[in-house]
Design a protein around this ligand. Structure first.
Ligand code: FE2
Length: 375
């Protein structure tokens, strides 16, 4: 498998924080070894590197998994007082790091901290026989952080401290290619603060706004704004709960995560039918919309190139905007707490986020919330 990621061309000229894309997403988990098996077996990620006691790292174990340009790091601690253990105790398994791939981790740190970001790691150089990686980090919502990863002088598989390790299970790709967007859930009244953070501190632009008129059902509502970096490679929608008759899905998340955090990551595929067929076969659970969704959807979105019977059979959602259409589907939470989940998305021209599906989707989420006794 190809493990070196190809760098995209061109960034915006005056962008003070040019980003090449998402470098990796790190989960803090209770049992990274078993999570790594789940992501290899069910999701088709390939294990490419490992760091832990066997490689001289005494306090933690980290597994680096890759599929297409998506890189996930799963980490567990060896001791109860470790920051990973504390994070897991409070939040359950969750996303700690949304790492961004940059050409200059020092400048990224200086430019963002100068604009008000709270630094959590000053630029640090890690070296081994394959070269060097420079890493710095700043805080974002909750306990989540953004790392800036500069790897232009590195030719190893991931980072110094990690050794190449291959999957012990046979892995078969499900066709996911890259991270499309990562969504954060923040507390009531805090969405605009975080939008401002991304605008002022990281130079992002507001792309879209959804208010509770767009996203409300009988029970719950939410508000959402999407920010994007200059190149458009990195998109972060930010959600906050809105008033509804009962508890919104964002409140449920915040209650069980014990604070703001990453709600979902959308992974892009070129063939959602093949991807979802495989994922379902391997036991990945998705939210299902009722059959009646398909009674009106084709009137709303018009003609698509895919087999509409298959789309219906796999319960894939469809939406259209001015530029084209998109196909998407959401998993159920991937841990016992009703917190983090994934989205599978295939964009056929559309650059939006599936607004037309919000109502059907949130009703499906509420049915799940109700089953958990959290509505
Ligand atoms: Fe999404």
């Amino acid at each position: 498998m190809e493990t070196t990621l190809e760098k995209p061309k061109a960034n915006v000229a005056e962008d003070f924080l040019p980003l090449n894309g998402t470098d990796h997403i790190e989960f803090y988990c209770g049992n990274a070894k078993q999570s790594a098996y789940y992501y290899q077996h069910a999701w088709g990620y390939e294990l490419v590197a490992y760091s832990g006691p066997e490689t001289g790292v005494r306090d933690r174990a980290s597994y680096v998994l890759q599929q297409g340009k998506i890189r996930m790091v799963l980490s567990s601690a060896m001791h109860p007082e470790h920051e990973i253990s504390k994070h897991v105790l409070l939040h359950g398994d969750g996303v700690k790091v949304l790492a961004l791939w940059v050409d200059d981790a020092r400048k990224s740190y200086d430019e963002t901290t100068k604009r008000g970001a709270q630094g959590v790691m000053e630029p640090t150089v890690y070296k081994d026989e394959d070269g060097e990686v420079v890493v710095s980090a700043i805080k974002t919502y909750g306990e989540t952080i953004h790392k800036f990863i500069e790897r232009r002088n590195y030719k190893g598989v991931f980072m110094p401290g990690y050794k190449v390790k291959k999957s012990g299970v046979e892995t078969k790709s499900v066709g996911i290619k890259h991270v499309d967007h990562c969504v954060g859930n923040v507390e009531l009244g805090k969405m605009n603060d975080w939008v401002k953070f991304y605008e002022d501190v990281m130079g992002f632009k507001l792309l879209l706004t959804f208010d509770d008129e767009d996203i409300s059902t009988e029970y719950s509502a939410l508000m959402s704004k999407v920010v994007s970096n200059g190149s458009g490679y990195v998109k972060f929608p930010i959600n906050e709960p809105a008033a509804g008759k009962k508890k919104s899905q964002i409140e449920e998340y915040i209650e069980f995560y014990h604070g703001p955090g990453c709600q979902h990551m959308a992974l892009a595929t070129d063939d959602i039918i093949a991807t979802v067929t495989e994922l379902r076969k391997r036991g990945v659970e998705f939210l299902n919309v009722p059959e009646v969704y398909y009674d009106e959807v084709w009137q709303r979105v018009g003609k698509i190139n895919e087999d509409v019977e298959k789309i219906k059979q796999l319960n894939i959602l469809v939406d259209r905007d001015d530029e084209g259409y998109l196909l998407q589907l959401f998993t159920k939470p991937v841990q016992d707490r009703p917190t983090v989940f994934f989205e599978i998305i295939q964009r056929c021209g559309a650059k939006s986020f599936g607004k037309g599906n919000f109502k059907a989707l949130f009703e499906a989420i509420e049915r799940e919330q109700d089953l958990r006794g959290n509505l």
